[in-house]
Design a protein around this ligand. Structure first.
Ligand SMILES: NC(=O)C1=CN([C@@H]2O[C@H](COP(=O)(O)OP(=O)(O)OC[C@H]3O[C@@H](n4cnc5c(N)ncnc54)[C@H](O)[C@@H]3O)[C@@H](O)[C@H]2O)C=CC1
Ligand SMILES: O=C(CO)COP(=O)(O)O
Length: 349
């Protein structure tokens, strides 16, 4: 890779801004696109994105843009960092104005309800060869608040084209931000999307005051649900023991930075979903992904009791305490039930 690249980061929320900082630290020129004109002016005037990452000075090479066409002009790479619900619309707009093929990276964690498409599938459906040279997913345990403090963080660049994932590895990697490669795009996207559901559940459990045993149970049994659905959809089971599986699950279920955990915590303390989302003012991806995962579990007949319980709490107004009681009084079963097809018959004995 030539040392200096021009990169467009699409979305100036917490994560887009943090990744712009990493790229700027690495000597790249960054066009940070926002759909909010005032926010663009504020970032360019102050060199900060105070609303999302207070007290963080951005490298001088990060410039905010409002016009999409200008933001992507002359860049080698486009990084999609908008919430999953905005991906399709933003990609359609990029397709209209993009003049030559780019490396496409996405960092969003979600699955589209009803279509059940992963983010890379939505992008592949929307972007033509004129716009997209290759597609890479960048995911892992990485809260923006710690990345901008340059605390050690590790993530995975996944693509079915090794040279593309290595290009993205080189683009982002530095002393504080370590990037691995992986070829299992399905596993990386499913792990990243579904851990948000379990983080909501962990927040609820903490909000109810249930303590550490309950949280460990949610993380472990949550991972079993993620692995069951993920492998049914074609993922490599090993991916779920990596950064984008158990790694991201741990950080999101235990960190005060997690919006999903914080939203769950408020639900557990008795607030209703609308109040919680209004208070957050940032995306809580797990809500939308619960809908998609619940539909997928039913479609593929995969047992996902935690996802089912979350769905009841979020969309059927079931009291969180009652949902936990129902989870705990389910029919007794073997710990590895549903995982035997993945790992081999021997673990059952
Ligand atoms: N915040 C974090 O630490 C991490 C976030 N992610 C993922 O990155 C994605 C983005 O998350 P955040 O930056 O944290 O969200 P955020 O809530 O901090 O910011 C979202 C940004 O997208 C913009 N936006 C919303 N709807 C839009 C639309 N229709 N068109 C254009 N822009 C729109 C908002 O104005 C805002 O600037 C999510 O999928 C999240 O799961 C992944 C890893 C870490
Ligand atoms: O994906 C994340 C950390 O890896 C961010 O999680 P939250 O959206 O819950 O803050």
């Amino acid at each position: 890779m030539e040392t200096n690249q021009r990169v467009a980061v699409i979305g100036a929320g917490s994560w887009g801004t943090a990744l712009a900082l990493v790229l700027g630290d690495n000597g790249h020129d960054v066009n940070l696109w926002t759909h909010n004109k005032d926010q663009m002016a504020l970032i360019n005037d102050t060199n900060r994105n105070e609303r999302y990452l207070p007290d963080t000075d951005l490298p001088a090479s990060v410039k905010a843009y409002y016009e999409l066409e200008k933001a992507i002009e002359g860049v080698s790479t486009i990084v999609f960092a908008v919430p999953s619900k905005a991906i399709r619309e933003v990609a359609q707009n990029i397709e209209k104005v993009c003049k030559e093929p780019k490396v496409i990276v996405h960092v969003s964690k979600g699955i589209e309800p009803d279509s059940h498409l992963r983010i890379s599938e939505i992008l592949q459906q929307t972007l033509s060869e004129k716009t997209m040279k290759s597609m890479v997913v960048l995911s892992g345990p990485s809260h923006a608040e710690e990345v901008v403090k340059r605390h050690p963080t590790t993530v995975t660049a996944a693509s079915d084209q090794l040279n593309a994932s290595q290009f993205v590895q080189d683009l982002f990697m530095n002393q504080h931000f370590r990037v691995y490669t992986n070829s299992d795009v399905i596993g990386v996207e499913i792990g990243g999307a579904l851990k948000n559901i379990i983080a909501l559940a962990a927040g609820i459990s903490d909000g109810l005051g249930y303590g550490d045993n309950a949280k460990a149970a949610l993380i472990t049994r949550g991972l079993a649900e993620i692995a069951r659905l993920g492998t049914t959809l074609g993922a490599n089971p090993l991916t779920f023991s990596g950064l984008t599986g158990v790694g991201d699950l741990i950080v999101t279920c235990t960190s005060v930075h997690s919006r999903n955990w914080r939203a769950g915590n408020m639900l557990g303390k008795g607030k209703n979903l609308d109040e919680v989302l209004e208070t957050m003012g940032m995306v809580v991806e797990g809500v939308r992904t619960t809908k998609a995962a619940y539909q997928l579990a039913r479609k593929h007949k995969v047992s996902m009791p935690i996802v089912q319980a979350l769905h009841c709490i979020l969309f059927d107004d079931v009291d969180p305490k009652e949902a936990v009681d129902q989870l705990m009084s389910r029919m007794k079963t073997h710990e590895m039930e549903g995982l035997v097809d993945i790992l081999g018959e021997q673990i059952r004995n």
